[in-house]
Design a protein around this ligand. Structure first.
Ligand code: PHE
Length: 343
C-alpha cells in the first residue's frame, strides 16, 4: 500500500479510537500507539529519508498534518472526558431540596433504667450512697453469710443459677450489704443503696422474670429502730408516688433480718379501695424489709451489742410495671421498640 494511503488509514483509526476513549488510559494508549517513540505515525515520519526522493515532500507534509490532527484530537478527547466527569459529579452531588426531611430515631432510657434512676434519686436525696456488687456472687455473700446456710429451706425460695458449687448468679442484692459493711467496718453510720440485676431460675410468668432488678437499702448506726425503718419507707413511698400513699407492713421472714416484714403500699390504681391490679386487697407488695440480723452485722464486722440497722429491698421491675400499668413483666425484656417507645 502507498504510504500516503497508509497515513490516511492511521489517521482515521486514531480519530475513531479517540472518540471511543472512555478514560485517560484509553487516550494514552492511542497516543503511544500512533505518536509514541515507536508509534506508527512516528515511524513513517522517521523513515522519510529512505523513501524515493519524489515522495518525501508529500509524505512529510501529510505525516505532519496527521500527527497534528491526532494531537488535537487527543486534546479534545481529554476535555470531553473532563466535561463528562464534571457533569457526573454535579449530578451525584445534587441535593433535592424538595424531598421530605428524614426522621431521626431518638433513643431513650429503658423503663427499668428510668424506674431505677427514680428510686436511686430519692434515696440518694435522703443521704444514701450508691454501692454495687458483682452479679456472679459467691455462696458466702449470697447465702451463707446472710444466715442462709446450705441446708436452709429459704434457699428453695430462690431457686438459683449455679456457675460452680460455690459461685451463683446472685438471687438478691442483699450480698451488697455484707460486702459494703466488710469494706467500711467499723465506720458509722453505714448508709447505702445497692441497685442491680438479680437472677432466679424458677421465676417465669407474667409477674416474674428469671432476670429482674432490685434496689437494696441499708442503714447501720447506734440505736437504729424499727420505727425509723417504717418512717423511712413511708417517706420514700410518698416521694416516689405521692403524699396520699399509705405503707403497710406484714410480718414475714427473711433469714438476714429479724424481725422481718413484707412492705405493701396502697394501690396506686384504685387508691386503696380494691381493684383487679391489687386483687381487691387495696395494697401492692413492693419489697421486703427488717432489722439486720445480729449474725449478719457480725459477719459484716460490726458488734450487734453496739449497733443496730435496718435493710429493705424492692423490686424495680415491679415499680416500672406500677408506674406505667404494664400487665406483663416480659414486655420489659422483649425489647420491642413499639412497646418501649410508649414509655
Ligand atoms: N433480699 C430480699 C429478697 O430478695 C428482700 C429483702 C431485702 C428483705 C432487705 C429484707 C431486707 O426477697
Amino acid at each position: 500500500m502507498d504510504v500516503l494511503d497508509e497515513l490516511q488509514d492511521l489517521r482515521e483509526d486514531a480519530l475513531r479510537e479517540l472518540e471511543a476513549a472512555g478514560d485517560e488510559d484509553d487516550i494514552e494508549r492511542v497516543r503511544v500507539r500512533y505518536l509514541g517513540r515507536e508509534g506508527s505515525v512516528t515511524l513513517i515520519l522517521r523513515g522519510i529519508g529512505e523513501l524515493p526522493t519524489e515522495q518525501r515532500a508529500d509524505v512529510g507534509r501529510l505525516g505532519n498534518r496527521v500527527k497534528a490532527e491526532i494531537e488535537s484530537a487527543i486534546e479534545s478527547a481529554r476535555s470531553r472526558l473532563a466535561a463528562e466527569s464534571r457533569r457526573r459529579k454535579l449530578r451525584e452531588d445534587a441535593v433535592d431540596v424538595t424531598s421530605p426531611g428524614r426522621r431521626h430515631f431518638y433513643g431513650r432510657r429503658h423503663p427499668i433504667t428510668q424506674a431505677m434512676d427514680e428510686v436511686l434519686g430519692i434515696l440518694v436525696g435522703m443521704g444514701y450512697a450508691v454501692a454495687t456488687g458483682p452479679e456472679v456472687e459467691t455462696d458466702w455473700y449470697n447465702f451463707t453469710g446472710l444466715n442462709i446456710p446450705p441446708d436452709h429451706p429459704a434457699r428453695d425460695m430462690q431457686d438459683s443459677f449455679y456457675v460452680t458449687d460455690n459461685l451463683v448468679l446472685r438471687t438478691q442484692t442483699s450480698p451488697v450489704q455484707l460486702r459494703h459493711m466488710e469494706k467500711v467496718a467499723p465506720k458509722l453510720p453505714v448508709r447505702i443503696v445497692g441497685p442491680g440485676r438479680v437472677f432466679r431460675r424458677g421465676d417465669d410468668d407474667a409477674s416474674h422474670s428469671p432476670v429482674f432488678h432490685q434496689c437494696e437499702a441499708l442503714l447501720v448506726d447506734e440505736g437504729v429502730t424499727f420505727g425509723q425503718l417504717r418512717g423511712t419507707l413511708l417517706d420514700f413511698a410518698r416521694r416516689l408516688l405521692g403524699e396520699h400513699v399509705q405503707v403497710r407492713f406484714r410480718p414475714s421472714y427473711f433469714p438476714f433480718t429479724e424481725p422481718s416484714a413484707e412492705v405493701d403500699i396502697s394501690c396506686t390504681v384504685c387508691g386503696g379501695t380494691g381493684c383487679s391490679t391489687c386483687s381487691q386487697t387495696g395494697f401492692l407488695e413492693i419489697g421486703g424489709a427488717g432489722m439486720v440480723h445480729p449474725l449478719v452485722l457480725e459477719n459484716g464486722g460490726y458488734d450487734p451489742e453496739q449497733v443496730s440497722g435496718f435493710a429493705f429491698g424492692m423490686g424495680v421491675d415491679r415499680m416500672a410495671m406500677l408506674k406505667w400499668s404494664i400487665p406483663d413483666i416480659r414486655y420489659l425484656y422483649q425489647n420491642d421498640v413499639r412497646f418501649l417507645q410508649q414509655l
